[in-house]
Design a binder for this molecule. Structure first.
Ligand code: BGC
Length: 252
């Protein structure tokens, strides 16, 4: 079965049809730039345009960079503030005329890694971290997701952690990998003190540069780059839609 996976991020909107049995992308993914300002209407148009580009006519799973409850965004750290309270899932469904399920973007990526990637067959506590415009987190125990964790916003050095240690911070401040790894280690240490995960998976662009980042990382838990690299968010959004579809109607 195929479901269209959409991964909406603070800087890019990506999508492709996904084989939800294997997690494989069935066509080359397409990426569009997230409109700025990232108002919900503008992001909606970009997302709908991307789905239409594939001539898709079927179910859609959508990862969105905010806390999502029943399709509605509850927060807006890296998108326009007017996103709070916006029924992104419902509006996308109405615009496309296809069933849409919406989840937090990091939760989507984590679901994919736990099913098909670096979190597969791990019984204990698994924490997926996505390093991008922000720091996204997805927490699993015994393979089950605790949805909408927002651990990229813990305080670190008097700042929102993602302001200090996201991929965007590395680029903005032109940090070397070693220097960035130092900051990320501080973040990991703070997280480990709170959660004691057994395995940490790092996704986002950094997973493609694992050889530069990972030699510097120091954790108590096992730490691995995301196996699905940048397609985890797309594949996981499609998977989340499939799982939700078995228990609830679209956009709930
Ligand atoms: C948001 C999260 C999101 C993460 C990654 C954070 O700023 O609060 O909801 O998962 O960025 O996009």
């Amino acid at each position: 079965m195929e479901v269209f996976g959409l991964d909406i991020g603070g800087s890019g909107v990506k999508g492709a049809p996904v084989d939800v049995e294997t997690g494989e992308l069935k066509a080359k993914r397409k990426r569009l730039v997230t409109p700025q300002p990232a108002t919900p209407e503008a992001v909606l148009e970009t997302a709908a345009g991307l789905v239409r580009h594939f001539g898709w006519d079927g179910p859609v799973g959508c990862g969105f960079p905010a806390v999502i409850k029943a399709g509605v965004a509850q927060t807006a750290a890296n998108v326009d503030a007017s996103t709070v309270g916006f029924d992104f899932g419902g509006r996308l469904q109405a615009t496309l005329g296809m069933p849409v399920w919406t989840v937090n973007d990091a939760d989507a990526a984590g679901l994919a890694e736990v099913r098909w990637g670096a979190g597969r067959d791990v019984d204990g506590t698994v924490l997926m971290l996505t390093l991008g415009t922000g720091i996204g987190t997805a927490l699993f125990t015994g393979g089950r997701l605790v949805p909408n964790t927002e651990l990229g916003h813990i305080e670190l050095r008097g700042m929102d952690a993602e302001t200090y240690a996201s991929a965007a911070a590395r680029e903005r401040e032109n940090l070397s990998w070693r220097k960035f790894a130092g900051r990320f280690n501080e973040y990991l240490e703070a997280i480990e003190r709170l959660l004691w995960p057994d395995r940490i998976i790092v996704g986002g662009g950094a997973s493609k540069k694992a050889d530069k980042l990972f030699p510097h990382l120091e954790t108590r838990a096992e730490i691995f780059p995301a196996k699905l690299l940048n397609s985890a968010g797309i594949a996981g959004a499609a998977l989340a839609a499939t799982e939700a579809a078995s228990t609830a109607p679209a956009n709930s």
